[in-house]
Design a protein around this ligand. Structure first.
Ligand code: RM4
Ligand code: MN
Ligand code: MN
Length: 432
C-alpha cells in the first residue's frame, strides 16, 4: 500500500545546546571513519533504507501468567495502535509498517482503518495467525493442537482461520503470512511425533496454495512453551523441512528469543541464508527463553553478529535474500512505546556497525587463518560508537536525535492517558 505522512503525532524539539553537541559528535565520528577508509554518508544512506515492522501487539503492556500491570494511556483499538506506530515511525524514521495479529486486530471498519493508515503514513507488513488460543464462540478447541490435531474438524477450522487471515492481509496490502504454531505435547506418548509433523505439513500446504502468487509464507520455530515436552515446529531444522516441502515462497522466520540458551543464532541465520530460506526476523532479546525483551538489552554482540551476516548477504546479493525485519516484544515493565524506540535505536546501531565491517580485510584474514586479526576487524566495527551516526540519519529525515527523550518531552503519553480509558490492573494478558 502506498503511504504518505500527513500528520506528525508530536513536535520534536531539540534544545540548541544538544543540537550543537550532536553536530560536533557527528563531525568527529565522520572524520574518524574517513581516516579509517569508511564513509559516514554511505552508512547514513544504508540506515535510511533499513525498515523494521512494528508488532501491533506490543503497544500495550503484555502479561506473564502471573499478572499484568497496564499503564495509563495505552491503546485498546487498532486505530490507537496505529497512532502509536506512527509516532514511533516519526521519531525513528525506521518503522513505516505495522504487523497485524488476527483475530486480536479484527475490526469491523476496515475501510476507515485504511483511510486512517494513509493519513498516518503507516502501511501493513506480514499478517500473523493465531491458533494458540480459543476465541469466544469458537466451535472447536485448540487445547490439543490446531494443524497437528488428530481431529480433522479442528484442523479444518484452523485452515479456515488462516484463509480469513490471508483475506484481511489482502485487504490491507500485506505480502506475507507469519505462522507460529503452539502445537505440541506436554508428555511423552501424548502425541505421535511423526504424525503430528505430517499433519502440520499437510495443513500448511493447503494454506500455502491459498496465498496470492506474490505472497510469502513464513514458518516460525520455537523450542518450547506452551508445549513443554515436544513442540512440533521446535527448531530451524523442522522449520526448514516445512519451507522446503511447501515451495519457493515458503521461508523460515527467526525469532531471536526462540532458541535455547547459548545456541549460536548467527550460525542458524547463515545456514538459512545459504539455502535462500531466510524469511526474516522477529527481533527482541532474551536471557533464558522467549523473554521478548528489548533488542540489544542482553546480547548486543549477538545482534551485531546477526546483522553482520545480513549485511554480507546484502552485499553479495544472495539469491532469495529479501528479509522481512519485524519486532516481537512484550513489555511488562517499560512503557511499550519507549521500549520500541529503544529497540529500533539498537537495531539501527547494530545495522550501522555491521555496515562498517571491512569485508575485504576480513576475507583476507580468514584466508590466512589469522584469527586475531579477523576478530579485530569485526570488533573494530562493533566497538565504534555509532550513536551520533544513527542520530544524524534520523535527524535528516525529520526524526529525533534521541527518540526516548523526544518522546518524554512531547507529553504524548499524558495526552493519551487523558483521551484513552484505563484498563483495570490484573486484566487478562493481551498476549503471551
Ligand atoms: C509467540 C511467537 C509469535 C507471536 C506470539 C504472540 O511466542 O513469538 O511470533 O505472534 O508469541
Ligand atoms: Mn515471534
Ligand atoms: Mn515468541
Amino acid at each position: 500500500m502506498a503511504t504518505t505522512t500527513h500528520i506528525a503525532p508530536v513536535t520534536i524539539e531539540l534544545d540548541p545546546a544538544a543540537e550543537r553537541d550532536h553536530g560536533r559528535d557527528y563531525s568527529a565520528l565522520a572524520e574518524r571513519l574517513e581516516r579509517g577508509g569508511r564513509d559516514a554518508e554511505q552508512v547514513i544512506a544504508a540506515v535510511h533504507g533499513f525498515e523494521i515492522a512494528l508488532p501491533s501487539w506490543a503497544f500495550a503492556t503484555g502479561g506473564t501468567r502471573f499478572g499484568r500491570f497496564p499503564g495509563a494511556g495505552e491503546p485498546h483499538t487498532l486505530r490507537e495502535k496505529m497512532e502509536d506506530a506512527a509516532l514511533v515511525h516519526q521519531l525513528t524514521v525506521g518503522t513505516p509498517r505495522l504487523s497485524l495479529h488476527i483475530p486480536w486486530d479484527e475490526t469491523q471498519d476496515l475501510d476507515e482503518i485504511l483511510t486512517d493508515a494513509r493519513r498516518l503514513g503507516i502501511g501493513f507488513d506480514a499478517v500473523n495467525s493465531n491458533t494458540f488460543q480459543d476465541q469466544p464462540g469458537q466451535p472447536l478447541s485448540y487445547k490439543f493442537g490446531s494443524f497437528s490435531n488428530p481431529n480433522a474438524a479442528v484442523r479444518r477450522q484452523a485452515i479456515e482461520h488462516h484463509l480469513r487471515v490471508i483475506e484481511i492481509g489482502k485487504q490491507v496490502g500485506s505480502k506475507a503470512l507469519s505462522v507460529w504454531l503452539a502445537d505440541g505435547s506436554n508428555y511423552p506418548g501424548q502425541m505421535s511425533l511423526r504424525g503430528s509433523f505430517e499433519r502440520v505439513r499437510e495443513c500448511l500446504q493447503e494454506v500455502y496454495a491459498a496465498m496470492p502468487d506474490d505472497w510469502r509464507l513464513f514458518t516460525e520455530h520455537k523450542p518450547y512453551e506452551p508445549a513443554f515436552y515436544a513442540t512440533v515446529v521446535q527448531d530451524w531444522g523442522s522449520s526448514l523441512l516445512l519451507a522446503q516441502s511447501l515451495g519457493e515462497r515458503a521461508q523460515c522466520l527467526v525469532d531471536l528469543g526462540h532458541h535455547l540458551p547459548s545456541e549460536n543464532i548467527e550460525l542458524v541465520v547463515a545456514r538459512l541464508l545459504g539455502v535462500g530460506k531466510l524469511a526474516g526476523f522477529h527481533f527482541n532479546d532474551s536471557k533464558y527463553g522467549d523473554d521478548d525483551l528489548t533488542a540489544g538489552s542482553i546480547n548486543p554482540y549477538t545482534l551485531f553478529l546477526i546483522l553482520h551476516e545480513l549485511v554480507l548477504a546484502e552485499r553479495e546479493r544472495l539469491p532469495g535474500f529479501d528479509p522481512a525485519y519485524m519486532i516481537d516484544q512484550s513489555h511488562n515493565l517499560k512503557d511499550p512505546i519507549e521500549s520500541l524506540l529503544q529497540t529500533v535505536d539498537q537495531l539501527q546501531q547494530a545495522y550501522a556497525k555491521a555496515c562498517l565491517v571491512d569485508h575485504e580485510e576480513l576475507a583476507a584474514h580468514q584466508a590466512t587463518g589469522d584469527a586475531i586479526m579477523a576478530e579485530r576487524t569485526l570488533k573494530r566495527a562493533y566497538e565504534t560508537d555509532v550513536r551520533p551516526l544513527v542520530a544524524e540519519a534520523r535527524r535528516r529525515r525529520g526524526g529525533a536525535v534521541d527518540p526516548v527523550l523526544a518522546f518524554r518531552s512531547s507529553g504524548y503519553r499524558a495526552r493519551k492517558a487523558a483521551e484513552r480509558p484505563t484498563v483495570a490492573p490484573g486484566a487478562a494478558p493481551t498476549h503471551l
